[in-house]
Ligand binder design. Structure first.
Ligand code: ZN
Ligand code: ZN
Ligand code: FE
Length: 740
């Protein structure tokens, strides 16, 4: 019996070698028909023997191309048409678009082999790619994903490339960025104060790096500033020029062997390093040579492997290069020569334009689970499954570490890391990317979700945005909802949100919150005791102010010359808002222990506090939970008193820090147990930037699980404000669904 089946395939099926695979399976089974890219994904028809048509779909779903992910297949059985052969036809740009854009993919093994093969025509070519690897999101101007809609449009393919591109049996069949040294992008080296060098740019770059120079290198989503990671002088020079005295730098290692030489790596971490995204993976350091210069505040190193052919070629000559985003402070990553900060000795650039700026992603593995610090290259704009009947939603996110989120029926698309909106250039990038994403994904938002903080620039943007419905979402509810969205949780959970600051519903600054929440709503059941934040943002940059505030409130210190103004400020309630922030408590304890009166980057004091902790210490300090108040108060006053006593008695900082972490975890577990007793809830969701503290997270998860709680954390978006937009979108979807 002959049959004809038409199928529409949804999911990540473009730019991943899907059509050649379909072609191979169909022709192998003697089927006729066609396959093409459509606005929704891929459309195909197969005609032939019943059995073979069935086999075709079994194979396609059982062994799709490695980078593809099939979301669903709509099949339609039709009368036979008498196709004579199987064809791959060009894309049809029409109809409603519901397609997925593929993130950038790290260089594949086949291409890496060609790169090193002197007989191959792509030997040493820095822009080698194929359907399994190469740039995607960062070169897309429009959909469907065809060369004409990418920044490769200006490069006409030479005959051998054109042949590969049109040959369904070739690895480069319809590889949109296909190129070779004859027809593709070219490198150019420009030495500051010198002339541009067209010949042997790679070799000259290597010489410069060898001599301890700083070279700006154009990569996939922007420029890196590179220097020899093993040269103390080079790294010191980079720190000085970038005005970045302490914050860690990412290090690109030649290969896994080199990573293992300097860091401890387990199997799950290796899998992350080698995944198609090739993110920066935060690893335990074992290198006294690298640690003090690369990451002086911690005992970890952010490591990654070469992910473009250009990186491969450069790292052949080095064990390790510092590769840090080329930008100043909070500005967006530079993606054009003209945007580079003047801190380099030379620029290694090329003529393939970057359409979307995209930083490197940063992850860590805890108990075999991925945690994001920053979600960008290699992950954005992957879809996250979402409320199937939701309206078109734009969630604008927070103000620091901003990302935004576009959601429509079935899928949420979280943007790449945008950054601190208070920087003017970053804010412009935010507004421009929202416009671009709306156009690319054909989403016209009718609902806009935003934070409750009226002064956040993202909130102001939302207020001005033309849409029928605006929904304000409380900051910590959004954090918890991001976990619920990731794990498809719909019932009430106990939500523990610990972070720096977020606007509360009562006009105070929240940050140490235990909620009972579902997606639409929440109740604040308990929070950390409130203290004055003397000087507002100034108290964040200068943890000694917070320490003074807390110790003064607990009557553990008297004013002295330095702290007198702080005492007065608090007494007069001048610029000293009340906060229940957990992040500020970590700052204050770090300052008390002499780990940083003033910080040079966000969370520096807390990072140092975690780094010194002796994880073998199990003991806790006393704490109180005031149940007679509504909400309950988690009071750590007794702990602060004991910390002061221990410090005076010369107890090691490593022990005090560990006991502090244990105390916070202990108080949270106790609170969750009381909530369980009252409300019969057994599921706990943890989110907020403080959970980037690995020691606290491990302690808390272990202890909750010992108490038979089911615990969920963020694994697909960051627990910090980089994941906020997903939570905002989830809350908005739940609220609008409830009204409909
Ligand atoms: Zn490849
Ligand atoms: Zn070519
Ligand atoms: Fe937050």
């Amino acid at each position: 019996m002959k049959t004809r089946v038409r199928a529409r395939i949804h999911g990540r099926v473009q730019g991943v070698g899907f059509r050649p695979t379909v072609y191979r399976y169909a022709t192998h089974l003697g089927l006729a028909g066609y396959v093409c890219n459509g606005p929704h994904g891929v459309t195909l028809e197969v005609e032939g023997e019943d059995l073979n048509v069935g086999l075709f779909f079994t194979r396609l779903t059982g062994a799709p191309p490695p980078q593809a992910s099939i979301e669903n297949i709509e099949k339609q059985v039709l009368g036979t048409k008498g196709y004579e052969r199987f064809e791959v036809i060009e894309s049809e740009p029409d109809g409603e678009l519901a397609m997925h854009i593929t993130p950038d993919l790290a260089l594949c093994d086949d291409c890496a082999r060609e790169l090193r093969d002197p007989r191959n025509r792509r030997y040493g070519y820095a822009f080698t790619n194929c359907t399994n690897c190469g740039p995607r999101f960062t070169i897309i101007r429009d959909l469907p994903y065809d060369r004409a809609n990418t920044s490769m449009a200006g490069f006409a393919m030479c005959p051998p490339c054109d042949h590969e591109y049109h040959n369904p049996h070739d690895r480069r069949f319809h590889a949109q960025p296909d190129a070779c040294p004859k027809c593709g992008p070219q490198l150019q080296l420009m030495v500051t104060g010198g002339t541009s060098e067209l010949s042997q740019p790679l070799q000259k770059t290597e010489e410069l790096l060898r001599r301890g120079r700083i070279v700006a290198i154009k990569s996939l989503g922007g420029f890196h500033l590179a220097c020899d990671a093993l040269s103390r002088e080079a790294v010191a020079r980079l720190r000085h020029r970038k005005q970045r005295p302490h914050k860690s730098f990412a290090v690109m290692f030649r290969d896994l062997v080199a990573v293992r030489k300097y860091c401890q790596v387990n199997e799950a971490e290796e899998a992350e390093l080698l995944s198609s995204a090739h993110p920066i993976v935060v690893l335990k350091s074992k290198s006294p040579a690298l640690q003090p210069t690369i990451a002086p505040d911690s005992n970890t190193i952010g490591a990654f492997l070469p992910y473009t052919p250009l990186h491969w070629l450069l790292l052949e000559k080095f064990d390790a290069l510092v590769m840090t985003s080329a930008n100043l402070a909070e500005e967006p990553i530079a993606s054009e020569d003209s945007e580079l900060p003047a801190v380099f000795d030379a620029v290694l650039t090329h003529n393939r334009p970057i359409v979307h700026k995209c930083d490197d992603s940063v992850v860590r593995v805890i108990n075999g689970q991925r945690q994001f610090f920053r979600r960008a290259r290699g992950f954005a704009p992957n879809a996250i499954r979402f409320a199937p009947d939701s309206a078109a939603i734009l969630a604008v996110g927070g103000e620091l570490k901003n990302t935004f989120c576009l959601a429509r029926a079935g899928n949420a698309f979280l943007s790449q890391h945008i950054g601190d909106l208070k920087d003017f250039k970053t804010y412009n990038h935010f507004a421009a990317e929202i416009a671009e994403w709306r156009r690319l994904m054909r989403v016209e938002p009718t609902v806009v979700a935003h934070d409750l903080h009226p002064a956040y620039l993202s909130t102001r943007f939302a207020k001005e945005f033309v849409a029928s419905t605006k929904i304000g979402v409380q900051h910590h509810h959004a954090h918890i909802a991001s976990v619920m969205a990731e794990h498809d949780l719909h019932d009430f959970v106990i939500g523990v949100a610990l972070d720096g600051t977020g606007s509360g519903t009562d006009g105070t600054v929240w940050g140490g919150e235990v909620l009972v929440a579902n997606r639409a709503d929440f109740e604040r059941v308990a929070h950390f005791k409130q203290y004055a934040l003397p000087g507002g943002d100034k108290a964040v940059e200068e943890p000694w102010r917070m320490a003074t505030s807390m110790l003064a409130a607990e009557e553990l210190i008297q004013p002295n010359r330095r702290t007198e103004p702080i005492f007065k400020m608090i007494e007069a309630q001048f610029n000293s808002p009340l906060t229940s922030s957990a992040g500020r408590l970590f700052d204050a304890v770090a300052a008390i222990l002499g780990l940083g009166d003033v910080v040079s980057y966000e969370a520096q004091a807390a990072i140092r506090l975690e780094a010194v902790a002796d994880a073998t210490v199990e003991a806790k300090y006393p704490f109180e939970i005031a149940f007679h108040q509504q909400p309950w108060i988690l009071n750590f006053g007794a702990m602060l008193r004991q910390i002061m006593t221990d410090k005076r008695a010369g107890v090691p900082v490593s022990e005090i820090s560990a006991k502090f972490h244990n105390t916070i975890a202990g108080a949270i577990v106790q609170t969750c147990r009381f909530i369980r007793g009252q409300r019969n809830l057994n599921t706990v969701a943890l989110s907020g930037g403080v959970f980037q503290n690995e020691l606290l997270l491990r302690r808390l998860v272990e202890s909750l699980q010992r108490n038979y709680f089911k615990v969920y954390t963020n694994t697909r978006v960051p627990p910090n404000d980089g994941g906020l937009a997903l939570g905002q979108a989830a809350v908005a979807a739940a609220r609008t669904a409830a009204c409909a």
